[in-house]
Design a protein around this ligand. Sequence first.
Ligand code: ADP
Ligand code: MG
Length: 697
Amino acid sequence: MSAIKAPAAPLLSELKGVGPALCAKLARLNLFNIPDLLFHLPLRYQDRSQIKTVAQLRVGEEALIEVQVVQAEVVRRRRAMLLCRVKDPTGELLLRFFHFSSGQLKQFYSGQRLRCFGEVKLSGGQLEMVHPEYRLQSSNGTGLESALTPLYPATEGVSQTQLRRLMQQALLWLEQQGAMELPDYLPAALLSSLALPSLQAALLFLHRPPVETDLVLLMSPELPARQRLVIEELLAHHLSLTALRMSAQQQKAPILKAEGHLFESFISSLAFTLTRAQQRVIAELRTDLALSRPMLRLLQGDVGSGKTVVAVAVALLAIELGYQVALMAPTELLAEQHAKNCRAWLQPLGLKVAFVSGRLGLKARREAEEQIVSGEVSLVVGTHALFQAAVQFSRLALTIVDEQHRFGVHQRLALRQKGVHNGRYPHQLIMTATPIPRTLAMTAYADLDCSIIDELPSGRTPVTTVAISEARRDEVMARVAQACLQGRQVYWVCTLIEESELLQCQAAEAIAEYLREALLGCRIGLIHGRMKAKEKSELMAQFKAAELDLLVATTVIEVGVDVPNASLMIIENAERLGLSQLHQLRGRVGRGAVASSCLLLYKAPLSQAARARLAVMRATNDGFEIAEEDLRLRGPGEVLGTRQTGLVEFMIADLQRDAALLPEIKRLAELMRADFPDAVQPLIQRWMRGTERYGSV
Ligand code: ADP
Ligand code: MG
């Protein structure tokens, strides 16, 4: 087979004006070479190609206007601002500046002509622009842009202007050498059958859209130029996962056909009986483990459906045959909780459990490592630290990864690689509490088989959910006070939209302070991401032991934490959270026999989308239903830029937004493999280059 060889891509340092300093900054955007830059698509566009009259302006749009100053003045409200009234022959508008200099005030003398670009707002019945970009115009102004202006994802120290200048050079390269250097791996016949543009045409269009392009169409996922790239990326991803799967099926694994006496003792030691769904899944896993090729299976089950018990039960099948099992969790807190539970379950069976985490002291660490390599330990529980070279297993036969969405495909491969022993690969079980609609699972996990626990243990009462405006915080406080009096435990979750952990922690501290004053006699704890792992687990232990009535928390409690007596949850800023996150959070309550409730606090007014999300949360507790609704609500037509799945990092595609394309992708992948096998490898390489860079497979 004569595979097509991908040309080496020219580095960004070959562009004019790019020195080592800029290179380093561009690397932060994952931009290393010219093709990287070309695949760095605009977030949105501005139309600076035509001047609008004031009469044409619509609230909410960004527009370029040419006006004359009527009058400018500095006014002092709560803070000083510069107000400048301007007009054109069709009407008047206000420019508002909060940051300004006295020089600016002087510039804005009556009659001065300005060209301004900004978003049109309505304030007190009057049109205005806040901090528009503006330029003083002398006699007969400067030229206009001939294409729509792209706005790129940027980073500190790299401006839009710089990015646009670099992109101009990259586009020139594309026009001159693209056909050779950036080949189109999608066969022409296939493109024309789908009515999609070539790679080169698509990139040129997206970076430099003709002025007459409709801005709404330009942002839509149905835009052919964008769809072509999305399809290519999804296809590459699908092909790479199926290739992984096919090669995994050629591998050998230890055959784990255990009699099951440890397994039986464990099951009979439990205070409950397994649900039918748990039993079914255990049977599926047992069948896989008894084969001579490695199991690669995803276990989906709603929060609280009892995945851990299932995992431990099958782990015992490997342990009985003298093998080791690794259980990996995404956070310290969860790993510790698992370690504690596993010790309680396994020690009575005479088995040893080790705990490995990055925060462990050196001595404890070495000790654990020695016990693992000697084979003394049967089950190793830990965080990412399990990847580290110092952790060597003696006979690893099964790796279990909990809450998979935080780990990437390549991390889970790395863990598999660790356990290769005498040419045999360990089996792998991936567990996730984020239900994924079938269509998405097919693509996100094309390399895995799927099992589902679709039943909750009996005796659980569904969580009652209500949405309450922040304005009614007093009523919420009364409910919390009453719950505490009744000995029920409460989570108060502080969430912020900002990505800053610091801000989130400060908000949580402020809330905790406020609650301590308002709810005297109620024992309140605070847990957030900036605390030491030890402090966090101590607090969780206190809460679990009911030494605290109320726990104020940031989203660190998101996954897996188990305190059955907690039966009331307040979620702040609920309107800003996605459905899957809300569902994950809510899953912390409703784990015991007491009826639980969840209060979603929101700030009015609600957007239509937020209203719909809250309605879904009130209507159902079923994770799969919520996932489907999420898909429907955010489905095709959703604006670009919201990526919440966190399943896979795509550059351009978005599994949820582009879900409708997935069945087509599957068909195209089969077609590519059958009819154009030479293009498969280069295509995978083009889109998986980010992961190769971190070199893990
Ligand atoms: P998940 O990881 O799926 O969210 P866990 O495994 O943490 O759920 O289980 C949640 C709680 O339910 C734990 O306290 C566990 O011991 C308990 N549990 C698991 N299976 C059952 C069952 N069949 N009946 C009753 N309780 C169960
Ligand atoms: Mg769990």
